[in-house]
Design a protein around this ligand. Structure first.
Ligand SMILES: CC(C)(COP(=O)(O)OP(=O)(O)OC[C@H]1O[C@@H](n2cnc3c(N)ncnc32)[C@H](O)[C@@H]1OP(=O)(O)O)[C@@H](O)C(=O)NCCC(=O)NCCS
Length: 185
């Protein structure tokens, strides 16, 4: 388990799956805005990569996010597209609606940076998000990510093309927060 100031990142448990399906992935608008692909329902029996962790896929590390205080599940965090030659990866996160706007997202990004830079020895981390996603932009920029460009009309979202922002952070520019630490469960 990796701990930040408010959140813990741990493995995906079986009991997380129905909560994530109902509260995150059944939400058509949120899924369409977050996933870069058309929403489709996930049948209860499906071993869908958004929900289950495929341990054989070394390019993707999915975490479940829990509140440190009490251990309640509050969302997902993923290091994906891990490229061990160029030593970069992408960050992805999604919090349950009740957990948004409380500073958890900023903390999750801090812990993913620790995992990417310290545990995985990566050199660069990047985030792509819709240009109107103020909470994601804020979570990234609080952790030192800088806007590197706008991908104009790059995302088809619920009937319209929207701009995406590309943000990057290099290991040499990263200032680790004192709160992030690895720990045994
Ligand atoms: C994006 C997300 C992970 C951010 O996490 P969060 O916990 O809500 O964000 P935080 O509370 O840490 O806030 C981060 C910053 O954004 C600001 N912010 C938060 N919600 C906001 C909102 N709705 N509108 C404007 N600003 C907002 C905060 O004030 C904070 O800014 P500050 O550091 O200057 O104070 C979360 O909102 C979420 O899961 N959203 C739905 C899924 C999603 O969009 N995922 C990202 C796909 S790329």
């Amino acid at each position: 388990m990796l701990k930040g100031g408010k959140v813990g990142l741990r493995a995906r448990y079986e009991e997380d799956i129905p909560i994530l399906r109902t509260e995150l992935y059944d939400d058509v608008v949120n899924s369409s805005r977050s996933e870069g692909q058309p929403w489709r329902p996930i049948p209860p029996s499906a071993r869908d990569s958004r929900l289950t962790a495929d341990d054989d896929d070394r390019s993707r590390v999915p975490f479940s996010v829990v509140e440190l205080d009490g251990g309640t599940l509050i969302g997902t965090a993923t290091l994906w597209g891990i490229d061990t030659h160029n030593r970069y990866a992408h960050l992805g996160l999604g919090l349950l609606p009740s957990a948004r706007g409380k500073g958890y997202g900023t903390d999750v990004v801090a812990v993913l940076c620790y995992y990417g830079f310290v545990v995985r020895s990566l050199h660069r981390l990047q985030i792509e998000t819709l240009a109107d996603n103020a909470a994601m932009l804020g979570s990234a920029e609080r952790n030192g990510f800088v806007r590197e460009g706008v991908l104009r009309s790059s995302a088809w979202v619920m009937g319209e093309f929207l701009d995406e922002v590309l943000l990057g952070l290099l290991a040499r520019d990263w200032k680790p927060g004192p709160a992030v630490r690895p720990t045994a469960l």
